[in-house]
Design a protein around this ligand. Structure first.
Ligand code: ARG
Length: 450
């Protein structure tokens, strides 16, 4: 198929291969988004008088065909197609002639790829948010189920103070719940329509950028045409940065899980379906998925660096370098979705071992509690600390559950506020699912007549 910029001179095959690389694998994920963007743009052209009503309907029909072919795995691109935008436009020209040739009026592949990536980002961010909240919900439920199970709390990896399974799992539920704020900031950045910015400098036609933005369900038009182009990669980087934070949380959880399931700790056991074995040691049960989770957090940081690294110092306007942000961006999204699902499943398969946990709450972890008893009797804390410190070997046993309950201030083991956390997580999850459904049905409506 001919390139959109074809002037009769064939492109050297090595250069063509190098420029396309694996970009088409990623463009394959942008087919739907480019169809929606093209449809909204065509509607706008019809309002402008560039296309007539019959041409618009022909375009609508052919774009529906593209979606159907794509769904059937039959809309395949080859390096000669250059990219998804060229492939779709060529399909229209091939089947419609002039109507197809008119669709590139007032657009450039530069704003086309921007809009496609933003639609992709919006959908994926909602999918990630749903997975994130599901995982947070699983952790909060785990916390509630084992809320008052005593567990040593650690600092410097040494036993420190009495804590609980509820506190441990609730901490991760809250961490993930917070991460949704970062996802939402990334969503807002991506929720502005770049269409009409064309190659970065607009077009000498009275195009209606607001119409297209509304039709595609964007919150607003991204005003300055050059900024629209310069922001290629910015929305993507915001997504990958948010996902990096998610992965940091997951990697910490993975490390705790690995540690606490060792024979040495024995705090948790895990279902057999979660573990892999060793080829030489018959007894081995490895939580390899949690080891990979630690490593994949690093992979995510590398993807963040790859996304942002491309952007450093680029001159304004479109530069082909931008294409190189697509792979790390999309890989990051896939990695986050998969990681969240794996952690969700892992947590649902953990079983706390109450006896081991309680046995690990050895008397010295109540040292601070003892000091606070003296504080309650009016002894200054520093003196109480010294008194208890001098008699560490004589600390009498303490009822762990009772002690957990006595920690009543906000966020402590006796006051984790889990029911409210669970309810908010459930509400937010439901609203993210609703938002995703609304987004998808809105996009589908673009393909039906307004
Ligand atoms: N595949 C290209 C990209 O991702 C599409 C835009 C091409 N624009 C251009 N002026 N060559 O950036």
């Amino acid at each position: 198929m001919s390139k959109l910029w074809d002037k009769g001179q064939p492109l050297n095959a090595l250069i063509e291969q190098f420029e396309v690389g694996d970009d088409l694998v990623y463009d394959n994920q942008l087919v739907e988004a480019d169809v929606y963007g093209s449809m909204a743009h065509a509607e706008m052209l019809e309002r402008l008088g560039v296309l007539n009503a019959a041409e618009l309907e022909e375009i609508r029909g052919r774009l529906q065909e593209v979606l159907a072919l794509h769904a059937a795995g039959e809309f395949r691109m080859t390096p000669a197609d250059e990219d998804v935008h060229t492939k779709i436009e060529n399909y229209l020209v091939e089947h419609l002639g002039d109507a197809g040739k008119k669709i590139h009026t007032a657009r450039s592949r530069n704003d086309q790829v921007l809009v496609a990536l933003r639609l992709y980002a919006k959908q994926k961010l909602l999918e990630v948010e749903i997975a994130l909240l599901s995982c947070a919900g699983t952790l909060a439920a785990f916390a509630a189920e084992h809320e008052m199970v005593p567990m040593p709390g650690y600092t410097h990896m040494q036993r420190a103070m009495l804590s609980s399974v509820g506190t441990w799992a609730g901490a991760y539920a809250e961490a993930l719940f917070d991460d949704r704020l970062l996802l939402r900031a990334a969503y807002e950045l991506n929720d502005q329509s770049p269409l009409g910015s064309a190659a970065a400098y607009g077009v000498p036609l009275p195009i209606d950028r607001q119409y297209v933005a509304d039709r595609l369900g964007f919150a607003r038009v991204q005003n300055n045409v050059l900024y629209a182009q310069n922001s290629r990669g910015k929305g993507e980087a915001a997504v990958v940065q948010a996902l990096s934070q998610v992965m940091l949380d997951l990697s910490k959880l993975a490390q705790d899980t690995l540690l606490f399931t060792t024979a040495e700790y024995g705090f948790f056991t895990i279902s057999d379906a979660m573990v892999t074995g060793s080829s030489i040691m018959p007894q081995k049960k490895n939580l390899s998925m949690m080891e990979l989770m630690r490593a994949k957090a690093n992979v995510m940081l590398a993807l963040q660096q790859q996304t942002m690294g491309v952007l450093v110092g680029l001159p304004s306007g479109y530069n082909k370098d931008y294409q190189e942000t697509k792979r790390p961006f999309m890989d990051a999204v896939d990695l986050a979705l998969q990681s969240l699902a794996v952690v969700d499943l892992t947590v649902s398969n953990l079983q706390p071992q109450e006896e081991r946990l309680l046995a690990a709450c050895t008397p010295e972890i109540y040292a601070a509690d003892r000091a606070y008893e003296l504080v309650g009797a009016g002894v200054p804390f520093r003196d109480a600390y010294r008194q208890v410190g001098a008699g560490l070997s004589e600390l009498p046993p303490i009822d762990a559950r009772e002690s957990l309950r006595r920690r009543t201030h906000l966020g402590a083991s006796g006051n984790l506020n889990l029911p409210q956390l669970q309810a908010t997580i459930a509400d937010e999850g439901a609203s993210a699912r609703q938002k995703l459904e609304a987004l998808k049905s809105h996009w589908q409506s673009i393909l039906s007549k307004p």
